[in-house]
Design a protein around this ligand. Structure first.
Ligand code: PRX
Length: 592
């Protein structure tokens, strides 16, 4: 540690495991993905289809001069071409970074530049709530600041009515060889990088989490089996977007490495009606269903009549990921979706961990569940709840969750920045991996994951850094300073509440607030749209000039000074009290 290596000298190729090996096992005609567009267009993709398309695309990428160790970026919606692109890159040993198709031009450009990607794979567009998301024009805008991208491959999902830049852009269907080809998979050393996935941290700059070939594949394969107990006959539906780690591990590499059948859906969960997912479960006979608590809470709001319109009897296992699940949502999921027949796996993990670390594992053991607890660590995972000094806490106490031993799915590093990797994960407590989550281990050893203890917030399960959002505010010409906090929300878990100080002479009012909301949305993407924006005269700061975010959060939540006096590092109670009073007055809040 911190640079643990797995299966040193072992060689493999992730696309070989997910495709060639499956076909050798007689699964060529088995369905890999049932795909459904938001407009009800449907495709059935077998393992042989995937194999054929991956080889063709790998051939085209190789023709473009890409070779082992090069990087490409993938900016695709939820279409089968997304896993195809990932696997084609993996086949060549080309490191790919998939960027969530809801991200803005700027977010895409930042990632392309950081990864020094030479090729971008995108689409003309995609459908979301019946509207066209103009992916190609967003990509074009991003590419204005990415001279390193020499070629753009465009998949035609819609009518193809987009601008192709001469000499740079090519249609997917034109660049692929007409006939079947075979591309020999690169024999990757276990510890070479398979992919980079950018995730938010406590600075403004997203971190490039690097995952390995060997350790990662072993870990997602194992956890897919242990946690989801997958069987040959399963129809598995993970509702995540492949742009996030959940999709990488548990829509692409985990399920394909087992040769099972998955469902992939392009659009919004409530389009055209709030029963879209249940309709899908019924149509394909889904047996395993994996989603996020925020989605469950959103669907709960629409009422039971929507799931009750459909036959959900094929379901046997339900899962959640991404944030703590509140017992009320857990019970609804258990009763209304699982009809009190299905076990629920609450799976705790992170982009950095590659796969699930703490979760029930019905394939390995049976034990009683507790709604809201992710239960126990999986084999080989050695967590501990510790205090500020890193000392283990007795059961029942809230502390920081750390992992004491490396595990195969653990990130290799932050791409190009070993120092930052050490600093972020291995410096808070000596010799252990710092998760930045708070947790409690109860008397019976069950783990309760309580959310982030750092400046990272979860908005509808999406991970955002408060600094990142503040930086987006500051790029607006009217803004002098900004502070962003996460505020609890009954559906989204958390929403963004922002406090901004405007530049001198700038009028406060509805119009500027609307402008700022739009600005942040364009800078970062729709998931970062601030829910609340408060214009204030000043932000509370420590003597050393650090913004007191936790105090701001306390004000946003209406807490009192007593509750927060221990929260701000290095500030005295009087200092906090004074800052809080000034800040409250600045917000127009009077009285206790
Ligand atoms: O705070 C934890 C929360 O999500 C964070 C990781 O976010 P991300 O890297 O986007 O990965 C999400 C998908 C793996 C964690 O630090 N989290 C994830 N799963 C759970 C959870 N919190 C509580 N319970 C969970 N099951």
């Amino acid at each position: 540690m911190p640079f643990a290596k797995w299966f040193v000298g072992g060689r493999l190729n992730a696309s070989y495991i997910c495709l060639d090996w499956q076909i050798q096992n007689g699964k060529g005609d088995k369905v890999a993905y049932y795909w459904e567009g938001e407009d009800y267009v449907r495709r059935v993709v077998t393992y042989r289809d995937l194999y054929r398309e991956v080889n063709r695309l790998a051939h085209a990428l190789r023709e473009m001069g890409l070779k082992r160790g090069d990087r490409i970026a993938i900016y695709l919606p939820m279409v089968p071409e997304l896993p195809i692109a990932m696997l084609a890159a993996a086949r060549l040993g080309v490191i790919f970074t998939a960027v969530f198709s809801g991200f803005s031009a700027k977010a895409l450009a930042d990632r392309i530049i950081d990864a020094q990607a030479k090729v971008l794979i995108t689409a003309d567009g995609s459908l979301r709530r019946g509207k066209v998301v103009q992916l190609k024009s967003i990509a074009d805008e991003a590419l204005r600041s990415c001279p390193n991208v020499k070629k753009v491959i465009v998949f035609k999902r819609l009518d193809g009515n987009v601008n192709l830049v001469e000499g740079r852009d090519v249609w997917w269907h034109d660049v692929l060889p007409k006939n079947d080809v075979y591309v020999e998979p690169e024999r990757m050393e276990s510890n070479e990088i398979l992919y980079l996935l950018y995730t938010s941290g406590t600075t403004g700059k997203p971190k490039a989490v690097a995952h390995s070939n060997g350790g990662y594949m072993v870990f997602v394969h194992s956890t897919q089996k242990w946690v989801f107990d997958v069987k040959e006959s399963d129809v598995y539906y993970c509702t995540a977007d492949i742009g996030w780690v959940t999709g990488h591990s548990y829509i692409v590499f985990g399920p394909l490495s087992h040769g099972i059948t998955s469902v992939m859906y392009e659009g919004a969960l409530d389009y055209p009606e709030p029963d879209r997912w249940w309709e899908i479960v019924e149509r394909y006979g889904v047996t395993i269903f994996y989603t996020a608590p925020t989605a469950i809470r959103a669907l709960m709001r629409y009422g039971e009549e929507w799931p009750n319109k459909h036959d959900l009897s094929s379901l046997r296992l339900l899962g959640t990921v991404g944030e703590p699940i509140n017992p009320e949502a857990w019970r609804w999921y258990y009763r209304v979706i699982g009809k009190e027949r299905c076990m629920i796996v609450d799976t705790w993990w992170q982009t950095e961990t590659g796969g699930i670390l703490i979760s029930p594992a019905p394939n390995l053991a049976q034990f009683p569940l507790k709604p809201g607890s992710a239960t126990f660590p999986l084999p080989g995972i050695d967590p501990e709840v510790v205090d500020e000094e890193g000392n283990p806490l007795p059961p029942g106490n809230k502390g920081f969750l750390v992992i004491k031993k490396p595990w195969p799915g653990m990130l290799l590093t932050l791409f190009g920045d070993d120092e930052r990797y050490k600093e972020v994960y291995w410096s808070r407590f000596k010799g252990v991996y710092y998760t930045a989550d708070s947790a409690i281990k109860d008397e019976e050893g069950y783990y309760w994951l309580l959310g982030r203890s750092d400046e990272v917030i979860k908005v509808a399960g999406h991970r955002l850094g408060t600094r990142e959002v503040e930086d987006a505010f500051i790029t607006h010409p009217a803004v002098a300073e900004a502070a962003v906090v996460g505020k609890p929300d009954p559906v989204k878990g958390e929403v963004i509440a922002a406090f901004v100080v405007l530049k001198k002479g700038q009028e406060a009012g509805e119009s500027i607030i609307e402008q700022l909301r739009k600005h942040v949305r364009t800078e970062l993407g729709p998931i970062a749209t601030p829910e609340e924006i408060h214009v204030v005269n000043m932000l509370p700061k420590t003597r050393s000039g650090k913004i007191m975010r936790r105090l701001i959060k306390a004000v946003a939540l209406g807490s009192t000074v007593g509750d927060i006096s221990t929260l701000e590092d290095g500030a005295s109670v009087e200092e906090i009290q004074r800052a809080m009073e000034e800040f409250r007055m600045s917000m127009g809040i009077r009285g206790p």
